[in-house]
Every structure is written in C-alpha cells, then in structure tokens.
Unconditional design. Sequence first.
Length: 155
Amino acid sequence: MVEAIQKEENADLAKKWSKLLEEGTNKMAYDILSVPTEDRESVIDQLYNPEGRLRKKVSVERAYNEVKAERLIDAELESSGNSNDASGEAVDGETNDSDMGKCMQRASKEIVEGYTKTAIYLCDSGVLFNKKTQNIIDQHEMSIAFLAVMRYIII
C-alpha cells in the first residue's frame, strides 16, 4: 500500500491517500486501488465530511458510487441545457418539466448511492416519455404504473 502511494505521481492525491491510511483503516486505503485512477482523489474527498473528519459508515465503494452519481447528474444537467425561460421557474405555480427532471435525477442519485432501493415517484405522464427520464428508468430497471383518473359529471 505504502509503495503504491509513493509511486503516485499526483502529489495532492498521494498526500490525501497517506492521510486516509493514517486516519482510516488499512482496508479503506487498500480499496482505493480498486477505484479508477482519475476518480481516486474525488473518492477520498467523499470519504471526509466538510469538517475534514472521516464520515462514519462510509465505505470506499459507497463513496465511489456517490462520485459516479454526481458525475451522472452533472452530465444530465449539462446535456439538458436550460429549455425554460430565463428564470427557469414555473409560471403560475405550475411545476415545469425541468423540476420533474431534477426530481428524477435526484431519485437516480439516491439509488446509485445506495440510500434507497425502492421508491414511488408521482409525476405527469408526459415526464415518463421524456428521453432523459427514459434513460434513468432503463438504467435502474424501474417499473412504471399508470393511474387513470376518470371524472364524471352528473347533471
């Protein structure tokens, strides 16, 4: 393990990895080897809370899943652009497709990070046919149920 850290060309990564070896477990420091090189520093950062202390009950695998989820959400937000008006806000209190898309992306992140395995998401049927939403549904093998609401007016 120490040899791998010493061979690391990125000085910042080597420093963070050494700190992890000192403060964390040997397994955590060793598990960093299973993470792709370009993600190692981000994963180590994810293992620490904003105060600089190791997060409790967070494995390298979970931290790596969080990094991947953030990357997925950033890519989806970047590719979606801003198709709404300049403010990006809904008109007259209605929810716009962008808000629903963000909600689906958040649901995707929760699944990838392992916080949830089952969820119920209620949305307008139009959201389900959005290509980005379909990609999320396919990625997580989600089930879709339609609720048909009929309104009768009796005169």
